[in-house]
Design a protein. Structure first.
Length: 416
C-alpha cells in the first residue's frame, strides 16, 4: 500500500549518508524511462526488475541501467520508484477512499463569496490546531486511566501546546485578514477539533467510555452544522477541514492506543457503531499510519487545489517527481513521458558570494526552461533555506561588485 511504500522510502533515505543522490535520482528516472519506452508485449516493470537485481548486487543489471550503482543506491532508487508509482495510483487506492462525512449539508449551495482555500499560514495553523488538540485529548484520557508515571507533567505540556495552537490559529486568522470573512467560524472550527479529539480518545482508549464518545460526537456534528449554516467556507474546503480533524484525531488515539497493548476492548461492528452514533457515522479507524497519511493530505488540500496544475483549470491532478537541479531536457522529457506533470527541484540557499548565487540561478533557469518546453509544472523546494537568508544573504549578493555588464551581485530584474 501507499503507506508501506512511503515508509520504505523514508527508511531508505534515512540511511543514505554514503549515497550519491544524483545517481539515485538518475537510476529512478532511468527506470521510469524504460517503462515509458516499453513497446506492446514488453514487460512493463523491466526497469524495476533491473533495479531489484542491482539492489541485490548484480553488476550486470547495473550496467544495463547505464549506471554504476552501489547496493544501497539501488535500494534507495527502487524505493523512490515504488513511491512515485504509488502516488500515480493514488486515486485508485481503495484504502484512501473515504465515505461521506456529516449530513446532506455537504451538497448544499454555497455563497458566491465563500472562501475556497485558506492562505498557507492559516492552513498550517489549522493543521497544528488539530494535531495538538488531538494529542492533548489522548494524553488526558490515558492519564485519567492511570497509564503511568509522569502523566501530570505530560498532560500539562500537552494542554499548553493545545492552548497555544488554538490561540495561534485565531491570531493567524486575524493576521491573514480572514476575521470578517470567517466571523465566528474560526472559533467553531476550534471547538469541532476539541470535540472530535474527545470522541476518538473516549472511543479508542481503554477503558472505553461510549457515553462520553457519543456526547462528543454530537458536539462535533453540531459544530459541523454551524459551519455549514454560516456558508463562509466552500464545500471542498469545509470537507477537507472535516477530514483533517477526523483523521488527525484518529491518528492520535490509535497511536496512543499502541501503548495500551495489555488492555484491549472488544471491537464494535459497523451496526453497533451506527446504533451508537447514527446513520451518518463514517466508522471507526484503527490504522495510525494511514490516519496520518490522510491527515497530511487534507491539511495540504486546505490551501492547495490538487485538481489544478498551474491554475489551468483543466482538471489535471498533480503528479510530481523529485529531480536534481542539474537535470537535463532529456530527463525532464522522460519524466513527462511516463505521466509526471510536475517536477520538484531543491534550491540551495543563496550565499553572499555573488558567483555562487549566479551559478545556482543559472542552473535553475535552465531546468525551468526545460519544464516550460515539456509543459511540466516546476516546484522550487526552498526548505533548506534559513529564516535569515532573505534578510542577509540575498541583500549581500545584490551589493556585489559591478562589472562592465552591470551589477553582478544577483539575477537581473529581467531574469527574475
Amino acid at each position: 500500500g501507499l503507506a508501506d511504500v512511503l515508509v520504505s522510502r523514508s527508511t531508505a533515505c534515512s540511511a543514505m549518508a554514503p549515497v550519491r543522490l544524483d545517481r539515485v535520482h538518475a537510476a529512478a528516472l532511468r527506470c521510469h524511462a524504460l517503462s515509458g519506452e516499453a513497446e506492446e508485449g514488453d514487460e512493463p516493470c523491466a526497469g524495476r526488475m533491473l533495479l531489484r537485481l542491482a539492489a541485490g548486487g548484480d553488476k550486470e543489471a547495473a550496467k544495463r541501467l547505464g549506471l554504476a550503482l552501489s547496493k544501497l543506491e539501488a535500494e534507495a532508487a527502487l524505493a523512490a520508484v515504488q513511491a512515485d508509482l504509488a502516488l500515480l495510483a493514488l486515486d485508485d487506492d481503495p484504502d484512501l477512499a473515504e465515505p461521506a462525512l456529516g449530513s446532506a449539508a455537504l451538497v448544499s449551495p454555497r455563497q458566491a463569496g465563500a472562501i475556497a482555500r485558506l492562505p498557507p499560514a492559516a492552513a498550517e495553523a489549522a493543521k497544528w490546531l488539530a494535531y495538538h488538540t488531538s494529542w492533548c485529548a489522548a494524553v488526558e484520557r490515558q492519564a485519567s486511566a492511570g497509564a503511568g508515571v509522569g502523566d501530570a507533567t505530560e498532560v500539562a505540556r500537552r494542554r499548553g501546546l493545545s492552548r497555544e495552537a488554538r490561540e495561534g490559529w485565531l491570531k493567524v486568522v486575524e493576521a491573514e485578514g480572514l476575521g470578517d470573512a470567517l466571523g465566528s467560524s474560526a472559533e467553531v472550527l476550534a471547538d469541532a477539533a476539541e470535540a472530535m479529539a474527545r470522541h476518538t480518545a473516549a472511543f479508542r482508549l481503554c477503558p472505553r467510555d461510549v457515553v462520553a464518545a457519543k456526547e462528543a460526537w454530537k458536539v462535533f456534528e453540531a459544530a459541523l452544522a454551524r459551519l455549514e449554516e454560516a456558508q463562509e467556507l466552500k464545500t471542498s474546503l469545509l470537507d477537507d477541514l472535516k477530514w483533517m480533524l477526523w483523521n488527525g484525531a484518529w491518528h492520535a488515539a490509535n497511536k496512543a492506543a499502541e501503548e495500551d497493548e495489555d488492555e484491549e476492548e472488544e471491537e464494535l461492528d459497523e451496526e453497533a457503531e451506527t446504533a451508537l452514533f447514527g446513520e451518518g457515522y463514517p466508522g471507526s479507524q484503527d490504522d495510525a499510519l494511514m490516519d496520518l497519511v490522510r491527515f497530511l493530505r487534507h491539511s495540504l488540500q486546505c490551501h492547495w487545489d490538487s485538481c489544478i496544475v498551474g491554475g489551468s483549470g483543466d482538471g489535471q491532478k498533480w503528479r510530481g517527481v523529485c529531480l536534481p537541479l542539474g537535470a537535463t531536457q532529456r530527463e525532464i522529457h522522460a519524466a513527462a513521458a511516463v505521466g509526471f506533470n510536475a517536477v520538484r527541484f531543491a534550491i540551495a540557499e543563496p550565499t553572499s558570494a555573488a558567483d555562487k548565487w549566479d551559478k545556482e540561478f543559472t542552473r535553475a533557469r535552465g531546468v525551468l526552461e526545460a519544464c516550460v518546453s515539456d509543459s511540466v509544472a516546476a516546484v522550487l523546494d526552498l526548505s533548506s533555506w534559513s529564516p535569515s537568508s532573505s534578510s542577509s544573504a540575498a541583500p549581500a549578493s545584490r551589493r556585489g561588485k559591478k562589472s562592465a555588464g552591470g551589477d553582478k551581485g544577483g539575477p537581473s530584474e529581467a531574469a527574475l
